[in-house]
Design a protein around this ligand. Sequence first.
Ligand code: BGC
Length: 832
Amino acid sequence: MDRIWQKAYDKARKLVEKMSITEKVNLTTGTGWGSGPCIGNTGSVPRLGIPELCLQDGPNGVRFTDFVTHFPSGLAVGSTFNKGLTYLRGKALGREHSKKGVHIMLGPTVGPIGLKAAGGRNWEGFGTDPYLQGVLGAATVEGIQDEGVISCVRHLVGNEQEHFRQVGEWDDEGWDKLRRSLSANIGDRAMHEVYLWPFADTIRAGAGSIMCAYNQLNNTYACENSYLLNYLLKEELGFQGFVVSDWGAQHTGVYSALAGLDMTMPGELFDDWLSGKSLWGPLLTRAVYNQTIPQSRLNDMAIRILAPFLAVEACFLPTDDDLPNFSSWTHHTFGQQYPYQHYGPIKQQNWHVDARSKFSDDIALNIAREAIVLLKNDGHNLPIAKADGIRRILVAGAGAGPDPKGFKCKDQRCVEGTLTSGWGSAAVTNPYVVTPFEAIAEKAREQGMVVDYTSDVWEFENVDELSDYADMAIVVVGASSGEGYIEVDGNFGDRNNLSLWNNGDELICHIAEGCRKTVVVVNSVGPVNIEKWIEMDNVVAVLYAAPLGQFAGQAIADVLFGDANPSGKLPFTLARKKSHYVPIITDISERDDPQDNFDRDIYLDYRFFDKHNIRPRYEFGYGLSYTNFVLCDLKIVEVCPPSEYLPYPEEYLPVYNTCEDDVCDPEDALFPHEDFAPVPGFIYPYLYNDNIRSLEEDECFEYPKGYNPDQPASPPLAGGGLGGNPALWDVLYEVSAEVKNDGKYKGGYVAQLYIELPSTLLPSPPKILRGFDKVFLEPGESKRVTFEILHRDLCIWDTLSQQWIIQTGTYTLYVSSSSRKVELSGEIDIGC
Ligand code: BGC
């Protein structure tokens, strides 16, 4: 992989050597909100055949267009614990983005990681564990990029809540005094072991781009945090691609450039859309001409932006034949060239290209099925069978039917129907939705059952009567959340509480009063409080489903009727009390400068519950099946003897990014000709006048303290390769166990490997996920599950020596079907 980047850099450098300063600046700066078909568009370099690059959300499908698949959310993917399927979803996503002409896909999301149960965007990512996020994030990146589309991994780092992520967004509820975005204050150990961990995996997988977050990190904005971008990301993790700002997350021009930002999107300052004013664009041009920003830094930005296209397997730069065939700003087929600006001649805007395929459908449906987690099945009432006397079915709950406002609700802010995703930039326009009622009714009819549906969630007279009549009632409830720019029913992105929406609790209690076999399907963006009814005798079965995309109802019905055997596992802990979760900060503090101290340190989710011996309702990794599995015969084989410290890295990344001949003709900085008519709001790299002069030798710009324009000559010990020191990925042990399907249904089993590290130097959580393997077995069949334990899997981050260290002592390994249910255990002794 390192070699691939080296070659890509060589090619990119040759191109950049031919560019003028304004051409390079054009690659770094968005043309402005709405100034181009995509959610973000760079300038072009027509002289060298490089078109405007198109950046488009997002992680669950192509945003702001039609005829695309709405895939299950990241959280659903996390619930499958299935690496192979995750890779295929990445491929399907990449293929659809490519068919729409997108060059850079904004996803996957591995931050937020889910520190706060009510965090608005947790459903975009793969679950509340760095290992899970890392493995599935990397598989997604590989899938996307194997289709020739560059993946942009977001959001670096600490965007664990939506409240106060951006100043301009919070003008309600007395929050208008907010001066700076919330500061996520993260300690060095948690940064390495939790928050950066998944980013390291995606970098190793070759991610071409990373999006820096809106929030501040330790009181410096993430997109101008030199320690984060220059040091941790580019030096320690050896990231070779480009860093793009979240939309409007750039706050300074020179400082962000020197701090390691490579591309600013959408071009202007936050909420200054259409102003045409940018912190870069012409200002970056000027800063390079007057040497405030070294030209080598601009070259580095341009090379980093082009190199990813040459590093992925397709290995070509987009050309004029690969342009977007849709517009994010209108759904009409024809419209003005710049629909958002209402400017320009009438042109075709949307070709309505059908990007879907059987491949996409299969992946989307399989993931939706595999994501469903069976939490409770007392008396084995599921799967539904006529043989068990089920002839009269009632379906209820807002989540079971269509939303009265339709399936295509802008950025999925409508929450009164089947939940296909949360809201915000990761939402996709549904091509259609198979609702639970539709799919359940079809199956029930096929079996000669009678079936009814009520969407009434407030008036119970009729509901009570229907429940009393039904042999089985299926209640679909849920909760939604999303991005901070949209407020839904008083929820500003983050959820205000963990209660069920649309009167879910009361509805379940009413129905369970009347119907002895009540099945609850919780379809939500994360943990919800189920304490009011989970122990009711008549609530015989409960399913949890993260947002499942367009096939939500189909997958739910397949599991209910046994056409699919549930194999999903909870990607977070379902607590008994809200107080066991980290709260959202909703107070901007007296200084109007909210501080979010990540006091949980490395004790994220189940690690915290385990440490304090708190009994969860359902633990991380939990999930039942219709069949029964047994595990035996644990084997631990040493592949390579572990060493306490990492070897010094042999090679160094990043490679040097200097260009031979910098072209800097002052004429290039000016608008091409005097009667050039700029498009309103469009950001050009040019200056209006020719007052460009070079600084005299003795009036050089003083760089910020610690900034060194020269590339570092030697790597830090933790660095030296993609994702960090290459030895971190050495396989030290192979662990395996035998799984047997001992029941009567075919089914999938997720074997999980947790490790308890010794506390020789520093205490660690009782158990840390370090492997998972999913197998599918026919009744009576056995297979071996295998796990590779890498050097990094046994490490702690030592903040004093700034190293990954394998402590001496005993490591206990647990192979289990959840983070609490241990089937097998063994030990490794290191160095004592
Ligand atoms: C979100 C990003 C998204 C961008 C462009 C921002 O508000 O935080 O995740 O990629 O908008 O839509």
